[in-house]
Design a protein around this ligand. Structure first.
Ligand code: ADP
Ligand code: MG
Length: 567
């Protein structure tokens, strides 16, 4: 075939492929346009996983009637005008590609009215060509409706995932922007159901409550960067909220990183945040964090990729260190755990041979990975303890004949439940809770393989799970211990991290114990604390949780006297 310049229609279809990968990309571009238009209210409606319909409505500045067609021309934008502007972009859009790209792969209807115009404009496009234009009454703002996405691009359509997956990508995009713009009121309808609604109060915590729920919101700590240090204005400025380690997650999906309020997937930022949690999270766990970096647009290049989700910083080192420090400082100042660890190490490792800590070969196998000795208490069994109180809603303070005990309530409860589950399973007495309606449980291909081979093991612990088609299973019953907990998350975590080898019975028991146990941050009554400690006293290996972490530290009277200089 001779070389020739491609027909403009082919060009726009190719280019559209870069911007519009899936329905969620359309939602992202339209929401960004609404935000750039200064909207304080944005309503998003999707049907059929976003393929049948995506409609985004805002109360922003609107498009002047004379410019509406122009907005659908490639590289037509009102946001930058010159090369210099490209150096300092303060809007989310600037490439003038989204509307023409979307119109190249879907049917688009737009109605819009600018502030100083008496009436709005309605425009309808098919295959990127205008097929209808009318005047239409409406309030100030813009509504873009995208229908039959990818109908004429079967290759793309074929690669889309299930409706549930596409919907979850859409909900994810809207959630991120709701977190980045707490002053904007968002509402998302998926197939007529309002799945997300934020109040637009301007307070990040209010958006967090709506996106992640109260439990997460309660455990969020605000980053208190003042904006200046030693009289010098800080750049970049780091703001947002980070989760205490008590609400860590098993993947990075709960990390929301924004640069000048643009959602990015910068690895550098993610790394800086995770570094700040170093030593505070168990391996394989990731934090919840919502972080915005404000810096002069000149110091960051967002023009790297058509989706604008990647950024390049002029001074990567300064950015990394600003984020790492701001997050670390917040965690250290507001969170109790490191202080307790500091106390434990300050007293050094007890001079007790390792085997004395263990009661049996069975206990040995539970203690993997081996816990650091410095955090262990030397006694094997627990003496009777008197409860003194609760510290930071996470630790039980108790007095024993030989000193002071600080008991990690979550880790201790985990150990108790683990022992109980092992026992109940061997006697086939696990309590089961039937579900009122079977629940459809979707998994990814990797999880599917593991789950198929583990249904029987899970059944021994009270999960009734059966295959129900491609990558779906039907759950009819769950262990009573987890009936009111997020058992789906537990099973997914287990499938992701269980690996191929090892004792699955033990792995399931560990996971169930972890998810069933009281959490750090939960206030306990005196009776509850007494009961927990009483159960712990009866356990053969009370000093570590099934993951191998210590459940308690002990400060002997001798150590206390020594520390206070009264030998
Ligand atoms: P970009 O956002 O990169 O400028 P788009 O193709 O997304 O490119 O949009 C083209 C232009 O259409 C924008 O520059 C803006 O002037 C106008 N526009 C698009 N959506 C809206 C909206 N919701 N409200 C006001 N103007 C809009
Ligand atoms: Mg845009």
């Amino acid at each position: 075939m001779p070389i020739r310049v491609l027909d403009p229609k082919v060009v726009s279809r190719i280019a559209a492929g870069e911007v519009v990968e899936r329905p969620a990309s359309v939602v992202k571009e339209l929401v960004e346009n609404s935000l750039d238009a200064g909207a304080s209210q944005i309503s998003i409606e999707v049907r059929g996983g976003g393929v049948s319909l995506i409609r985004v409505m805002d109360n922003g500045v609107g498009i002047p009637s004379a410019d509406v067609e122009l907005a659908f021309d490639r590289y037509a934008t009102s946001k930058i005008g010159s090369l210099e502007d490209l150096e300092s972009i303060s809007s989310l859009g600037f490439r003038g590609e989204a509307l023409p790209s979307i119109a190249a792969v879907a049917q688009v209807d737009i109605t819009t009215r600018a502030a100083d115009e008496p009436v709005g404009t309605y425009l309808s496009l098919q295959d990127g060509e205008v097929v209808n234009r009318e005047s239409q009454g409406r309030s100030q703002g813009t509504t873009v409706a995208v229908k039959n996405l990818f109908r004429k691009v079967p290759a793309r359509l074929k690669f889309l995932k299930s409706l549930a997956t596409e919907n979850s990508h859409i909900a994810n995009v809207v959630s991120r922007y709701a977190l980045a713009f707490p002053e904007v009121r968002f509402v998302l309808f998926i197939d007529s159901r309002a799945t997300l609604r934020t109040p637009g109060s301007g307070r990040l915590i209010d958006s967090i409550i709506e996106v992640y729920g109260l439990e997460v919101a309660r455990n969020m700590l605000e980053i208190k960067d003042k904006g200046w240090e030693g009289g010098v204005v800080l750049s970049p400025l780091v703001t947002g909220m980070v989760g205490s380690p008590a609400i860590s997650r098993s993947n990075r999906d709960y990390l929301s990183l924004f640069v000048n309020r643009r959602w990015t997937n910068s690895r550098l930022l993610a790394w800086a945040v995770e570094e700040a949690y170093h030593g505070l999270l168990m391996s394989g766990k990731h934090p919840v964090a919502i972080i915005n970096l404000s810096l002069s647009p000149k110091e960051v290049d967002v023009n790297i990729h058509p989706t604008k989700s990647e950024v390049k910083f002029q001074n990567e080192h300064a950015v990394f260190s600003a984020v790492q420090k701001a997050v670390r400082r917040t965690l250290i100042e507001l969170m109790p755990v490191p202080k307790i660890e500091a106390v434990a190490t300050a007293y050094g490792a007890p001079s007790v041979p390792r085997q004395e800590l263990l009661v049996s070969a069975e206990a040995e196998s539970i203690l993997t990975p081996s816990p650091p000795l410095a955090h262990q208490t030397p006694a094997v069994t627990l003496p009777a303890l008197r409860i003194l109180g609760q510290l930071s809603s996470s630790y039980i303070i108790a007095e024993g004949p030989d000193g002071l005990y600080l008991i990690d309530q979550h880790a201790a409860h985990e150990r108790i439940l683990f022992e109980r589950l092992k026992d109940q399973r061997s006697r086939q007495e696990i309590e089961v809770q039937g579900l009122l309606q079977p629940v459809i449980f979707e998994v990814n291909p990797k999880q599917e393989e593991v789950l198929k081979s583990q249904c029987e093991n899970l059944a021994e612990f009270g999960f009734s799970i059966e295959p129900f088609g491609e990558r779906t299973f039907l759950v009819r019953a769950v262990p009573a211990l987890l009936a009111n907990k997020d058992w789906a998350e537990m099973v997914r975590e287990l499938l992701d991290f269980g690996g191929e080898k090892g004792d699955w019975g033990e792995k399931i028991a560990i996971s169930m114990a972890c998810h069933g146990a009281v959490k750090a941050g939960q206030v306990l009554t005196d009776d509850e604390m007494r009961e927990l400690v009483r159960q712990l006293e009866q356990i053969a290996v009370p000093h570590t949780c099934p993951h191998g972490r210590p459940t308690m530290i002990r400060l002997s009277l001798g150590q206390l006297r020594k520390e206070l200089g009264r030998i």
